[in-house]
Design a protein around this ligand. Structure first.
Ligand code: NI
Length: 193
């Protein structure tokens, strides 16, 4: 059989960095997340001052078929934009009713989830724990640590697709901010029905 490279050779993910040994990671910097954080002024400042990396993830080019599984690591670096913890853009799946599994390899974070109808779920993630994202729920990873990188391994049906549209427009219903040294889930003032 003629298999893709990730079948012929297991992909190695570094235990400390989460990075793959087979190809470069995709990257999202401050400049890639305009208007995604509540404090846009703070985000712009961070973009102007070095435009550091917020997170990495992978696309191994798995065929987008319902019989295939897309996989990779998501690597969210510690930091905050204003009071809001570093996070991924987050997305619904284009085929809405498709689930996803995340397995936390390192760090400390949260999976924030919400359905189109407004049901909100959030689960803390610690090393060795998995989070099951039910079908129909948008999901975003948030790094709750000030010092550690949040590394998760994800698997989802390869034809699920990513729908960023509604989230780019108004974000998630809830955001996670630091208050008195602890995380707190609060209403997103910019979210509108
Ligand atoms: Ni997903």
């Amino acid at each position: 059989m003629d298999f893709p490279s990730y079948v012929n050779k297991p992909v190695g993910f570094d235990a400390v960095t989460g990075l793959a040994d087979s190809q470069p990671a995709l990257a999202r910097h401050y400049s890639d997340m305009k208007n995604m954080y509540l404090d846009e002024e703070a985000r712009q400042k961070l973009e102007d001052n070095g435009n550091a990396l917020i997170y990495n993830f992978y696309d191994f080019g798995v065929p987008e078929k319902d019989s295939d599984l897309a996989f990779g690591t998501s690597i969210v670096y510690p930091g905050k934009v204003g009071d809001e913890y570093h996070m991924t853009n987050g997305h619904f799946h284009t085929i809405l009713d498709t689930a996803e599994i995340y397995y936390c390899q390192a760090g400390y974070g949260m999976m924030m989830m919400e359905s189109p109808e407004g049901d909100v779920l959030y689960k803390e993630m610690r090393p060795g724990q998995s989070v099951y994202v039910p079908g129909r729920y948008a999901h975003r990873s948030i790094n709750l640590s000030d010092t550690e990188t949040l590394i998760t391994f994800y698997v989802f049906r390869a034809d699920a697709g990513h729908d960023y549209g509604s989230i780019k427009e108004k974000g998630f219903r809830k955001i996670v901010v630091e208050k008195d040294g602890k995380w707190e889930v609060v209403d997103n003032p910019r979210w509108k029905a």
